[in-house]
Design a protein around this ligand. Sequence first.
Ligand code: ADP
Ligand code: AMP
Length: 209
Amino acid sequence: MKLIFLGPPGAGKGTMASRLSDSTGIPHISTGDIFRDNIGRQTDLGVKVKAILDRGDLVPDELTIDLVRNRLEQEDARNGFILDGFPRTIPQADALETFSSIDHVVNFDLSREEIIKRLSGRRVHKASGRTYHVVFNPPRNAGKDDETGEELITRPDDQVDAIKNRLEVYWKQTAPLIEYYKKKEILRDIDASPAPDEVFAKLKGLLRI
Ligand code: ADP
Ligand code: AMP
């Protein structure tokens, strides 16, 4: 199954993509995770995009499109994938059409107030990308990753100014994709506000899996 998870930052796309990937084996492809991994390893790409991610702006389309095109050519993505955080602009969506078909676009819907609560409480384990929330999904030991016991961090772009910028960028550049995919009749809306188990159950129902 070839899926796109669309929605504002903090809506729970990564959390649901990771659960769905664990239960089905479909690879979870997060452009944000790929950029952060490159930043961590200080690759040429990482050095180029670090300031952009920290501010909450978008990485240029050409760079992002090439990255996804190459990733989707890998063997594990031949029969399906969950794209989380791509496409984020109309040119990215147009480009994606030239190299892959898509079965469903799941649109995660969440109010601004809830988004801000989720992003400001998000904590991540840098090495694995595992994501927690101080209130909604706390680790067993405060501030520590459940599996490794290593320190959790707050993403630089989860600071207040970057959150505001990311939401503006989302409304200006990414939200138009809702109409774009509605017209193609592959948009499936999901209310992202309930607890994770409920959102996950609805997601499986929606995808009939
Ligand atoms: P996105 O990938 O859309 O940016 P995340 O999956 O990282 O969002 O989730 C943002 C934050 O909200 C994380 O801290 C996560 O633990 C928490 N979260 C995810 N889904 C839910 C949910 N259904 N209810 C409450 N908190 C959630
Ligand atoms: P995410 O982990 O999805 O919240 O993405 C984190 C950051 O990575 C974004 O704020 C952008 O700076 C960058 N990014 C991720 N996906 C894309 C994309 N499709 N296009 C441009 N920039 C992206």
